[in-house]
Design a protein around this ligand. Structure first.
Ligand code: G3P
Ligand code: MG
Length: 242
C-alpha cells in the first residue's frame, strides 16, 4: 500500500485568499494542508520577498518590477484588494516572516526561487542562509525552473533538499535528478505517467507535481503514487484522496 500523497497549497490556499500572503498561508494550514508552496524574489535592497510575478501589477496596487523597489516601498502596497475587498491591506510578506509563522507547523515548506527572466544576485545564498536559521530545515524543499540555481543551492549546502521544476515530458527524469543531486522532481501534472512514477520510486527520487485542481485528476495522480500534489484547492484535494 503506497503512502497517501501530501497536499501542498499552491501560493497558499490561493483559491480562497490572495496568493502568497499571510492570509493564504493561514488558510492553507486551517484547511489541513500537508504543505505550502510559495515563490520568492528579491527587493532592490536585497530582502527576500514572497511574490510570484516579477511585476507588481497583477497582485497589488503598485506598478513596475519587484527588483526595483525597496522593501519599504513594497510594504506600502496593498496585495489583497485585487482579490477581494475583504483582504484590503494585505501586505507582501518577507520569507523571514513566513518561516517564523510556520516554525512550529509540522507541514512541508516548498520555497520556489524565481530566477528568470529576472536574475537576482545571490538569492540562493540568502535563501539557504535563512533556511539554516530555522529548525524545520528537513521539512523545506527549494525548487526552481532555473536548474543552475538548484545546483548552486547544493554547492552552498548539500543537506538542503531541492526539487526540479519542469514542464516538458522529460525522458527518465530520475537520471537527471540524480545528476543534480536533487531530492525530488516537480513536473507539470501532464507528465505523471506510471513509467515516470515507478522509475523515480526505484531510484529514490520523490515527485511533487503541480498544479492540479480537478478532484478527479487529483485522485488519479495520487493513486499512481506521487509523494506530493501542489494545488490551489487543498480542501478539495484532501477530500478527493481520502
Ligand atoms: O512550484 C509549482 C508551481 O508554483 C510552479 O509554477 O508559475 O505557479 O510558480 P508557478
Ligand atoms: Mg510557484
Amino acid at each position: 500500500m503506497l503512502n497517501k500523497s501530501k497536499i501542498i497549497a499552491h501560493r497558499g490556499a490561493s483559491k480562497y485568499a490572495p496568493e502568497n500572503t499571510i492570509a493564504a498561508f493561514k488558510k492553507a494550514m486551517e484547511l489541513g494542508s500537508d504543505g505550502i508552496e510559495l515563490d520568492v524574489q528579491l527587493s532592490s535592497d536585497g530582502h527576500i520577498v514572497v511574490i510570484h510575478d516579477e511585476k507588481l501589477e497583477r497582485t497589488s496596487n503598485g506598478s513596475g518590477l519587484v527588483k526595483d523597489k525597496t522593501l519599504k516601498e513594497l510594504r506600502e502596497l496593498d496585495f489583497g484588494s485585487w482579490f477581494s475587498p475583504e483582504f484590503k491591506g494585505e501586505t507582501i510578506p518577507t520569507l523571514t516572516e513566513i518561516m517564523e509563522l510556520l516554525q512550529d507547523w509540522e507541514g512541508l515548506l516548498n520555497i520556489e526561487i524565481k530566477s528568470g527572466p529576472v536574475i537576482y544576485p545571490e538569492i540562493e545564498e540568502k535563501v539557504v542562509s535563512l533556511v539554516n536559521k530555522f529548525s524545520n530545515k528537513n521539512r523545506v524543499i527549494i525548487s526552481s525552473f532555473n536548474h543552475y540555481s538548484l545546483v548552486k543551492i547544493k554547492k552552498i549546502d548539500p543537506d538542503i533538499k531541492t526539487g526540479i521544476l519542469y514542464v516538458a515530458g522529460l525522458y527518465e527524469p530520475w537520471t537527471y535528478a540524480k545528476k543534480l543531486d536533487a531530492y525530488a522532481i516537480h513536473p507539470l501534472f501532464y507528465n505523471i505517467v506510471p513509467e515516470v512514477v515507478f522509475g523515480c520510486l526505484e531510484n529514490g527520487i520523490s515527485i511533487n507535481t503541480y498544479t492540479v485542481d480537478d478532484p478527479y485528476m487529483i485522485k488519479r495522480i495520487s493513486e499512481i503514487g506521487v509523494q506530493g500534489i501542489i494545488t490551489n484547492v487543498p480542501d478539495v484535494a484532501l477530500n478527493a484522496i481520502n
